[in-house]
Design a protein around this ligand. Structure first.
Ligand code: PGA
Length: 252
């Protein structure tokens, strides 16, 4: 049995004071839920250290939304794995479709980041997903396979155990459109089979595969009830503590 994972990607939202308010509300709400799920929150860089100090005595995990693949040096504006660890992160989101699309990150760049993060003992939420035009041209599985094979190239079994996949169809992110539970399950099953081919059956069975794209309390139950959907990566709804907590409650 894989435990459910509920992760919140705050994106470029919440200044320091707002972050304190949001994390305090999540923390208080969680004490009443007795959730068995693994909870991860990913605030912007500027709030990581403060949020970390507020969740220290809880089971909430701290993640960043991105990082650079080099250890240090002349990379103005970038943040390294060690920097993230020094402010309490144990997770990092890599390969988010907004990074791919807006910041032109390729599978090769994402592969370097994934490798570095895992080498530094950060756990990775590795995002993949097809665009609407790719889905409509029936290349969804081909695109996802390329993202996985290239994104995980030269990453060994022992390292990939610390990786969680997040399937986020680009057309469902922030749009209010969700993949149907059946559409999502079909893709999650495909991903698990591909991981089994690339690594092993055991590893594929243990790997968590999250769904992301307009997850909200009203669609969480049907998505999370599917056998290969192990949790959710939530954007919009994680900024509202009542909605985020409700999804956590639904996950059980
Ligand atoms: P959304 O974002 O829940 O607002 O669609 C999900 C994500 O981008 O991770």
């Amino acid at each position: 049995m894989r435990t459910k994972v509920i992760a919140g990607n705050w994106k470029m939202n919440k200044d320091l004071n707002e972050s304190v308010t949001l994390v305090s509300e999540i923390k208080n709400g969680l004490t009443k839920l007795n959730s068995s799920s693994e909870i991860i929150i990913c605030p912007p860089y500027t709030s990581l250290e403060t949020v970390n100090s507020l969740i220290k005595d809880t089971a909430i995990n701290l993640g960043a939304q991105n990082m650079h693949f080099e250890d240090s040096g002349a990379f103005t504006g970038e943040i390294s794995a060690d920097m993230l660890k020094s402010v309490g992160c144990n997770y990092v989101i890599l390969g988010h479709s907004e990074r791919r699309k807006i910041f032109l990150e390729t599978n090769e760049v994402i592969n370097k980041k994934v490798k570095k993060a895992l080498d530094k003992n950060l756990k990775v939420i590795f995002c993949i997903g097809e665009t609407l035009s790719e889905r409509e041209s029936n290349v969804t599985f081909k695109v996802l396979e390329e993202q996985i094979v290239n994104g995980l190239s030269n990453i060994d079994n022992d390292k990939v155990q610390n990786l969680t996949v997040a399937y986020e169809p680009v057309w469902a992110i922030g749009t209010g459109k969700t993949a149907s539970p059946e559409q999502a399950q079909e893709v999650h099953e495909f991903i698990r089979k591909l991981i089994a081919q690339l690594y092993s059956d055991n590893l594929a069975q243990d790997m968590k595969i999250l769904y992301g794209g307009s997850v909200k309390p009203n669609n969480a139950a049907s998505l999370l009830s599917k056998p290969d959907i192990d949790g959710a990566l939530i954007g919009g709804a994680c900024l509202k503590p009542d909605l985020f907590l409700e999804v956590i409650k639904i996950a059980g």
